[in-house]
Design a protein around this ligand. Structure first.
Ligand SMILES: [Zn+2]
Length: 380
């Protein structure tokens, strides 16, 4: 999606789940944040963002406090000290993981197998993302975590380990148990999990569990009405739906790029309809050139296309209330009436192919043209 992830400037900019967040901040201020913590909640609830914010609150050189009306002290972070800046830079997780994976690709085959993807922007904070391509937390990653946990922090008050997802390889989960059983005094392990039920019961029982809920669409719309008054209400509703419960994603949404990409995606979709305008189509695909900028635009286009196909599927399935591109509902209804389930499914598979071709650097506009041709063939 066309968004840049930004770290909230402070806890007051982390929307939703206030009681849970305040409980954690109070615990940090009192020096009793559990050493092993599960942040559980659906995608977009802000688990990873909150994990980083808590880490900054633990590690901030200035250790600022906010006084609550009840007299209780809440931990926060300054955002500008050397610890905050380095830890905060890990918010761009997708980009950091992509760079680490690309660096691994450059290694010799034998080294590749030994190299696990880990993100370390600060010597005392280790981020453990699911390792591609299987996207599981692997034994090698947990072993690195355990080894690092043996050393006292070098530059910050604490050692913090953030595991960004709850899907473990079995031996990795078993291995993690050891450190959860007896974490060193200075160490905190924060495990983000969509579904804590998938974790080993022995892991769950050794961790404190904090649940985060996704924000309802209406609440996000209200937030956007307040913070993005310049947007039209139909666009605010659109972004509220696309953000999938995540306030940060909604507030940082790049509406302009999304709407531009969607116009192109619609042109592609229409090429699969009765009366395609081929010259407009080729003029459009021509603009998707090679190079970094072209790659970013193409990625947004393909994701947007995927969302439109999902919406068509929702309309065909008789669940129009779940459509996300609400401002285009009439147009999408018209298209959905003209196509079949099968066409949508095959188009989605075609889209997956273009996406993986992109990763292999096939000529972009050619594969887009081929995809458009494919859409046209498969109508009905
Ligand atoms: Zn700081």
């Amino acid at each position: 999606m066309a968004t840049t992830v930004l770290l909230p400037a402070g806890f007051n900019d982390f929307h939703g789940n206030t009681p849970a967040v305040e409980g954690l901040r109070m615990a940090i201020a009192a020096g009793r944040l559990p050493h092993s913590l599960i942040l559980a909640g659906p995608q977009g609830a802000g688990k990873y963002t909150l994990a980083l914010m808590l880490t900054m609150a633990l590690e901030c050189e200035r250790q600022p406090r906010e006084l609550w009306s009840t007299g209780q002290s809440l931990a926060t972070y300054c955002g500008v000290c050397r610890n905050c800046v380095r830890i905060g830079s890990a918010i761009a997780l997708d980009e950091l993981v992509a760079a680490a994976v690309a660096a691994r690709e450059e290694l010799r085959e034998t080294d590749k197998k030994e190299t696990r993807v880990l993100i370390q922007q600060h010597p005392d904070v280790l981020i453990v993302p699911p390792d591609p391509p299987q996207l599981l937390i692997k034994l090698g990653q947990v072993r690195t975590l355990i080894a690092a946990a043996q050393y006292v922090p070098a530059e910050a008050p604490r050692k913090v380990f953030v595991i960004t997802a709850g899907n473990f390889m079995k031996e990795a989960a078993n291995s993690l148990l050891k450190v959860l059983e007896e974490p060193p005094d200075y160490a905190h392990i924060i495990l983000c999990a969509e579904n804590p039920g998938e974790l080993l019961p022995t892991i769950r029982s050794r961790c404190a569990l904090v649940r985060l809920g996704a924000l309802p669409v209406e609440e996000l719309e209200m937030l956007l009405a307040d913070r993005r008054p310049e947007w039209q209400p139909r666009h605010r509703e659109l972004v509220a739906r696309l953000a999938q419960g995540a306030a940060g994603r909604a507030l940082n949404f790049d509406l302009e790029s999304y709407v531009a990409a969607r116009a192109d995606a619609l042109l592609l979709l229409r090429s699969g309809m009765d009366d395609p305008d081929h010259s407009a189509l080729f003029r459009m695909t021509e603009t998707y050139r090679a190079g970094a900028e072209g790659q970013t635009r193409t990625t947004v286009l393909l994701r947007t296309m995927g969302l439109l196909l999902e919406d068509l599927l929702l309309l065909c399935a008789g669940t129009p209330e779940r459509v996300r591109n609400v401002d285009l509902r009439a147009e999408l209804e018209r298209i959905s009436a003209a196509v079949s389930f099968e066409w949508i499914e095959r188009s989605s598979r075609g889209l997956d192919k273009v996406t993986s071709g992109m990763r292999r650097n096939l000529l972009r506009n050619l594969s887009l043209d081929a995809f458009a041709g494919q859409l046209a063939e498969k109508v009905q």
